[in-house]
Design a protein around this ligand. Sequence first.
Ligand SMILES: Cc1cc2nc3c(=O)[nH]c(=O)nc-3n(C[C@H](O)[C@H](O)[C@H](O)COP(=O)(O)OP(=O)(O)OC[C@H]3O[C@@H](n4cnc5c(N)ncnc54)[C@H](O)[C@@H]3O)c2cc1C
Length: 507
Amino acid sequence: MKPEHVDVLIVGAGLSGIGAAYRLQEKCPSRTYAILESRACIGGTWDLFRYPGMRSDSDMFTLGYPFQPWTERKSIADGPSILKYIRETAREHGIDRKIRFNHRVRRASWSSREPRWLVEAERGPDAEPASLTCNFLLMCSGYYSYAEGYTPDFPGITRFRGRIVHPQNWTDAVDYANKQVVVIGSGATAVTLVPELAKSATHVTMLQRSPTYVAPWPDEDAIANALRRYLPAKAACAITRWKNVLAGMYFYWLCKNRPERAKAMILDAVRAELGPDYDVAKHFTPRYNPWDQRLCLAPNGDLFKSIKQGATTVVTDEIESFTETGIKLRSGRELEADLVVTATGLNLQVMGGAEIEVDGESVTPGRTLSYRATMSSDVPNLAAVFGYTNASWTLKADLISCYVCRLLNYMQAHGYRQCTPRNRDPDIVRLPPVDFTSGYFQRAMDKLPRQGSRKPWRIYQNYVRDLMMYRFAPLHDGVLEFSGPSAGPGSPATSPAGRALEGVRTS
Ligand SMILES: Cc1cc2nc3c(=O)[nH]c(=O)nc-3n(C[C@H](O)[C@H](O)[C@H](O)COP(=O)(O)OP(=O)(O)OC[C@H]3O[C@@H](n4cnc5c(N)ncnc54)[C@H](O)[C@@H]3O)c2cc1C
C-alpha cells in the first residue's frame, strides 16, 4: 500500500511544533500537514520535566508565541502553566487534531526522483512500522535526547545506598521531605530545583565544581501587568515582547563588550541578596564572563533567600567519590545524603535521533553546514528549528517557521519542488555552531551542523538581525538551489513561464 502523503510533515509536538503548525495554517492554508510525535501528549520539554519548581528561566512574553498572548500575571512561569498554554494553543487552533501521537520517527529518506521524503516511524509500544511521505520535512524535535539525561561517570556511584535521581527522570515518587539532599550542578535546573526542595527537605546542598552566574529577577513584569490594564492583551504582550527583546539584546551586548561592567552588575545584585559576610567570590563568581554560558535567573531571589534562611548551602568543590552514605570531596570534606540529584545536564541530539538519507546516502549532520540556521547543506526540503542560546527559544523558532512558510509559498508560486542549500564557496570556513562553553554543547559539538564564516551560513544570536534576514533576505540568493517544476495540469511547468523555469536554477 502506498504511504499517506502530506505536503509538510512536522516532527515534534512541543513548543516549536505547535508554533510551526499555527504558522503553516496561517500562511500556507492550502498545504496539507501532519505532526508526528513520539510521546503520547503535547508539550515536549514542558511535559517531560516533572521536578519540583520546574519553570521557565526566560520571560513568557518572549518564550510565548507572538500570536497567542500570555495572559497570566507571572512572567517567569511554572512548568504546568506553560504546558497548559501550549495545549490550549493547539486546541484553540485545531492543531491537536493533526497530531499522530506515539509515532517515533526513525528514518527519513529523500528521493530527488520523486521528489519527496519517505518518513519511517515506529508506532506505539510494539514499535509497529508506520510511514508517510511528504514534500517538506520540518524537524521540531528539540535538541536533546528524551531517553536519558547526562550523568558523568562519578567514581564509586554504585556504592551509594541512598537514592540517585536525574531531574529528567523525576516522578512524584521521589521523596525528599525531611531528607538530606545533595544537588550536583549549578545550571538552570539546579538553580530552579534547590530552593523548591529546600522548602521541605531537612537540608539541601548545591554542590558545584565551579560557579554559575545567577541573577535575581522579579517573577512578575510590572510594566506588562500595568499595560494590560489599559490595552488589549495582544497589544500589551507585543509591547512587552519588544521591551524584553531589546533589554535582553542590550544586556547581551554589555556582557560581550563590557564584560566587567555586566559582571559587576550581577555580582552587586547577588551581594545585595546575600549580605556582606557571604563568600560571593567563591560561590557565585564564575571563571568565565557573563553569557559565555547561559545565565540563570533566581525569581525574586528565591535561591539567595533559601541560602540566607540556612535551608540551602552552596559547596564549591570537586567530587572525589561517592561513599555509602554520601559524597567525599577533594577537600576531604564529606557530604551526608539520603537523596542525590544529578542536575548534570542533557545529552544533545539532532534531528530527533532519526537517520537522514538523501538519494541513498546517509547524512551526518555534523558534516553539514547550517544554512540560515535552519536548513543543512546538500539536504533538500528539510528545515530544523533551533532557538537562541542567549534569548528565548521561541523568538527564533517562530522566525524560522515563518521563513519556511515564505519559502513554501515561493516554491508553490514558481512551481519548484525542491530547494537545496549548496556551498560552492571554497573560502567558507567551517566553525562551531555556537560560541558557548557550556558542557552539553562542548560534549556534542561534533554532532551539530557547523556554521560557516559568512552569511548565509553564519548563525546569529541576534533577534533583530534575524528578523530582517528571515523576512526580507532574497530566497534566490545563489546558494539555495531550486529545481523541478511540478508537472501537474495547470502547474507552472505546463505553462510557458513554467517551462522556462524547468531544470535547476540558482540565479
Ligand atoms: C528544563 C528546561 C527548561 C528550559 N527553559 C527554557 C526557558 O526558560 N527559556 C527558553 O527559551 N528555553 C528553555 N528551554 C529550552 C526548551 O527546550 C525550549 O524552550 C523549548 O521548549 C523547545 O521546544 P521544542 O518544541 O523545540 O523542543 P521540545 O520541547 O524538546 O519538544 C520536542 C518534541 O519532539 C518530539 N520528538 C523528538 N524526537 C522525535 C522523533 N524522532 N519522532 C517524533 N517525535 C519526536 C519530542 O517527544 C517532543 O515532544 C528549557 C529546556 C529545558 C530542558
